[in-house]
Write a protein that binds this ligand. Structure first.
Ligand code: DON
Length: 305
């Protein structure tokens, strides 16, 4: 990975100077308290190349990026049987859409839209005793023991306005695809979304997906080789909602975004790169994050295409 520090420096400077046409997510009141000018990048590779630029050590709200982590835990516990509860097809709709659930009879299209992640939260509650702590420990282990936690402030803020997610959960329950009490499922879902991590922590945490499902920090096989391949396939096809095609077209890596302005992208067998810039484009993905990754994979030729 020689020379990639220089490419990161150059692309970072170029994108920093671009006029940011995005807007900070406002539907979760607490997210508005972030400094919109923050911009951080961190790359970590299987070969132990590491490089960061900007605000890469600062924690932010990872929001939907956590959907990859909750799915990984559920997948590691239950294996392929989870696919009887949700699909693996891109939805082509926004992350919080209710539309397809009616025709699909409560089976979410994929685990990365809110509906799918709510079903995953339900699965974790049914299968773990101390689910909040067990999920946190799972993430901390993946990160190599970093001090990662939920944000009570963010979760409380989202709970106070989470009407759409309440609707989604109850709607899915009406079709019989939620086993537990909707208020308990939503409470856990909001906690999962409230995780706070820095670019460095996120990159280190996602490295197992670049490493055939093996946590490089302790050599534990978290997911099988097949499951790891499938996780990357899902990120490639569903990680950006109705902008997933665009992300593949421009960036060419499996990835996942969150409304906190973070994006994680994985090059299987090679590296993980995380970008954070809070202002979002109209599809809910980081405006500068998308630009940075497009320029980075083009200049470095490090995409899967
Ligand atoms: O449920 C929500 O709406 C948020 N907690 C997460 C949404 C999100 O991050 C979608 N990502 N782009």
């Amino acid at each position: 990975m020689e020379g990639f520090d220089r490419i990161i420096e150059e692309v970072f400077a170029e994108v920093k100077a671009i006029n940011d046409l995005g807007e900070v997510a406002s539907y979760i009141p607490e997210l508005l308290n972030v400094d919109a000018q923050k911009f951080g990048v961190y790359l970590t590779s299987i070969s132990e190349f590491k490089y960061g630029k900007g605000n890469f050590t600062e924690k932010f709200s990872i929001q939907s990026i956590s959907k990859v982590l909750s799915l990984s835990l559920a997948y590691s516990i239950l294996g392929e049987s989870i696919w009887s509860r949700l699909g693996v097809e891109p939805s082509g709709t926004s992350y919080n859409s209710l539309i397809q659930l009616e025709t699909d009879r409560g089976i979410p299209r994929n685990p990365f839209i809110n509906a799918g992640a709510i079903v995953i939260s339900d699965i974790l509650i049914s299968n773990l005793k101390d689910y909040k702590n067990e999920f946190l420990n799972f993430v901390r282990k993946l990160s190599g023991g970093k001090p990662i936690d939920y944000s009570n402030k963010i979760a409380t803020s989202e709970r106070s306005v989470g009407y759409r997610n309440v609707a989604l959960c109850n709607f899915i329950k009406s079709f019989g695809n939620i086993e537990n009490d909707p208020s308990e499922v939503l409470d856990f879902y909001f906690d999962i979304c409230s995780l706070e991590m820095s670019c460095i922590e996120l990159s280190e945490t996602f490295l197992f997906l670049a490493n055939n499902g093996i946590n490089p920090h302790n050599n534990e096989q978290v997911l099988t080789k097949s499951q790891s391949k499938r996780m990357n396939a899902l990120m490639q096809t569903c990680g950006f909602y109705d902008e997933s095609g665009e992300f593949a077209f421009k960036v060419g890596l499996p990835g996942k975004s969150g409304v906190g302005g973070g994006i994680v992208a994985v090059h299987p067998g090679h590296y993980v790169i995380t970008v954070w810039s809070p202002k979002l484009n109209r599809k809910g993905n980081s405006f500068k994050g998308m630009q940075f990754l497009e320029k980075f994979t083009t200049e470095s030729t490090l995409s899967i295409f």
